[in-house]
Design a protein around this ligand. Structure first.
Ligand SMILES: [Zn+2]
Length: 312
């Protein structure tokens, strides 16, 4: 139906609509598996991108050949000598980006810690059982203020006017900058984890649960837990470490990691874990991370029993 009506259809590659449909199907698959929210309608000018496949070749360090368009020059250095299967091209603010996947060999790095538990925090990005805390980027707060100011100043400009367009570009640039800072923090965390630890234990945060409390640090809340896990999965393969997902119902923050005393009344706002069993006081997130680092299938069953007993 589209083809006879819109002559521009033949000017672009047939891959672009095909991939759009494929991505839609993937999005619905994720939604039905409940790992993501259902897809929403796209708006022109927001997160625009298209995917091409066919003969793609990195010609030299600053040139890549793609079907239908030809040779594209880049400002960033490309990995030379690869033939990616497909590329995705996307405009962001006033720049164009090209992304593709290449195959690399895994490299086993020396691991300083055998096993680590990671608790994704409310106030902090992540608390590791080794005591290391990732605060998350604070740098963007300043830019967020600036963004609000720009948007406020833009409120009375005539939509479509030149001044409006200029301001739109400024706003889009700032948006990208903030997003990049968040992306960077998440990548630094996952790389650090995968490179330096033999086994990494994380909680299985379901989407519904996250929506319910919605209180994860912004860098993760923004990109989603799915992205955090995706990065860890491929980086663990890359650096030769193992990712362990603790059971969804494992009460990591409500159990004392020393004596196993269970506090069913612990609230999200409680920053400290006070143990009645052994009298210890821990930072709540650290206690959760320690529990995760000691997690095993066997222990999970025992804990389930304790929880069932206390319920009964
Ligand atoms: Zn205790």
């Amino acid at each position: 139906m589209v083809k006879p009506k819109y002559p521009w259809y033949y000017q672009s590659s047939k891959c672009a609509p095909q991939y759009a449909l494929r991505h839609l199907r993937d999005a619905w698959d994720r939604a039905f598996k409940k790992t993501a929210k259902p897809p929403r309608f796209k708006k022109k000018g927001r997160n625009d991108s298209f995917t091409l496949d066919g003969t793609i070749k990195v010609v030299d360090h600053y040139k890549i050949q793609v079907p239908k368009i030809g040779i594209l020059k880049t400002y960033e250095r490309l990995p030379f000598g690869y033939k990616p299967k497909n590329v995705t091209i996307s405009p962001k603010a006033n720049k164009w980006f090209i992304s593709f996947r290449i195959e690399v060999k895994s490299q086993n790095t020396a691991k300083s810690v055998e096993r680590v538990g990671v608790d994704l925090g409310v106030k902090t990005l992540a608390y590791l059982s080794t005591g290391i805390v990732f605060e998350g980027a604070k740098a963007y707060k300043r830019y967020e203020k600036l963004l609000a100011k720009l948007q406020w100043r833009n409120r009375k400009k005539v939509i479509g006017s030149n001044n409006w367009k200029k301001a739109q570009i400024k706003i889009a640039k700032l948006h990208t900058k903030i997003a990049n800072i968040r992306k960077d923090t998440l990548h630094k965390l996952t790389t650090y984890l995968a490179k330096n630890h033999g086994e990494i234990v994380i909680e299985d945060l379901c989407v519904q649960g996250m929506l319910k409390n919605g209180k994860l640090a912004k860098a993760i809340a923004d990109m989603g837990f799915y992205e955090f896990r995706r990065q860890l999965e491929y980086k663990c393969q890359l650096y030769g470490s193992k990712l362990i997902i603790a059971d969804r119902w494992f009460p990591s923050s409500k159990t004392c990691f020393l004596c196993g005393w269970h506090n069913p009344d612990l609230k999200l706002s409680d920053r400290w874990f006070l143990c009645v069993g052994c009298g210890s006081v821990f930072d709540r997130d650290w206690n959760a991370a320690m529990n995760l680092s000691r997690w095993s299938h066997h222990q999970a069953q025992a804990c389930g029993q304790v929880a069932a007993d206390s319920l009964g």
